[in-house]
Design a protein around this ligand. Structure first.
Ligand SMILES: Cc1cc2nc3c(=O)[nH]c(=O)nc-3n(C[C@H](O)[C@H](O)[C@H](O)COP(=O)(O)OP(=O)(O)OC[C@H]3O[C@@H](n4cnc5c(N)ncnc54)[C@H](O)[C@@H]3O)c2cc1C
Length: 279
């Protein structure tokens, strides 16, 4: 029955997935495009699809301890308007699609779509956010970094639903999101960059940078980042050349319809240089 595919609660959705249902359809802004048929027929969404956009308990923004918890099916526009939303995530959502897309597209869909060019996912990776994955068998919490294993691929099992995103608050952090696209609005990133740094008494106490569209997944390298913690701002700036060399080894973009590898790598490393000089 069609009604079965529109569960009204998280429990109903998980039961449908446990019975072999899927794919999950949230806003459908990625899925409809991926499954479009050029003949003009409706997109090829299977009858077993589980529609989650109407599940109220999956759409919210609230504080949970030192974190912000966002329901997996919360539309991006709701998150953009919410006063609790961390500045870096707000900046990334502002640059995502158009208001029409943002009213339909969800945060969970942006993450599970697993595009290396996804803007909200880039901000969440930089902020060290995690996601809650649920099935009838149980719940697990995993970092956003590592959720995607390649374009369109994730670690989710067929019966798992992304039910919430947990985002550390970025109070006291200096954060920035930069998107380079083909036009000012409604463009998919050619390359994107997010940064977050915390400085106490001239000493770097936390440092995070993430790159979008420079490889098969969003790129963040905590092992390199940790080497800057404890340095003075001047010491970090003095290491600019070494930092660029270190990231230059791992930033490996591709040529595609939106841009080419050389342009992407040059811009990505220039954005990193600018950030280092601003510390
Ligand atoms: C015109 C246009 C412009 C766009 N511009 C941008 C842009 O600038 N930046 C950007 O980042 N993106 C952009 N997008 C992409 C898109 O809007 C986002 O990725 C969106 O957030 C996906 O969310 P959704 O709810 O529509 O996902 P859907 O299309 O419903 O689903 C996407 C994938 O996630 C899975 N899924 C969805 N929700 C869940 C869940 N809760 N649990 C488990 N699996 C789930 C689905 O099965 C599917 O595989 C654009 C899209 C369009 C059409």
């Amino acid at each position: 029955m069609v009604a079965d595919r529109f569960p009204q609660s998280k429990a109903e959705a998980l039961a449908l997935l446990a019975a072999g249902g899927g794919p999950v359809v949230a806003g459908g802004t990625d899925l409809m495009v991926k499954r479009r048929r050029w003949s003009g027929l409706a997109p090829a969404i299977p009858e077993t699809a589980v529609y989650v956009a109407n599940i109220a308990e999956l759409s919210y923004v609230k504080r949970r301890g030192s974190k912000i918890e966002i329901g997996g099916a919360t539309p991006l526009e709701i998150i953009l308007e919410h006063p609790l939303t961390p500045a870096l995530l707000r900046g990334a959502i502002k640059e995502t699609g158009s208001p029409g897309i943002r009213n339909t597209a969800t945060l969970g869909g942006n993450l599970v779509n697993a595009s290396p060019a996804a803007d909200p996912a880039l901000a969440l990776t930089c902020l060290g956010a995690s996601v809650r994955l649920e099935s009838v068998k149980g719940v697990r919490e995993v970092p956003v970094l590592g959720l995607s294993t390649g374009p369109g691929r994730t670690i989710l099992n067929q019966d798992e639903l992304l039910t919430a995103v947990l985002v550390p608050m970025d109070d006291g952090w200096n954060t920035a999101f930069v998107k380079v696209g083909g036009r000012k609005a409604d463009a998919i990133s050619k390359v994107s960059f997010a940064s977050a740094v915390k400085i106490d008494d001239g000493i770097v106490t936390a440092f995070a940078v993430a790159f979008g569209a420079v490889g098969p997944t969003i790129l963040r390298l905590p092992a390199i980042e940790r080497t800057f913690v404890g340095l003075s701002c001047a010491e970090v700036r003095e290491r600019e050349k070494d930092i660029i060399l270190a990231y230059g080894d791992v930033v490996r973009p591709i040529d595609d319809q939106r841009s080419n590898a050389h342009y992407r790598k040059t811009v990505a490393l220039n954005l990193l240089s600018e950030f280092i000089r601003s510390i």
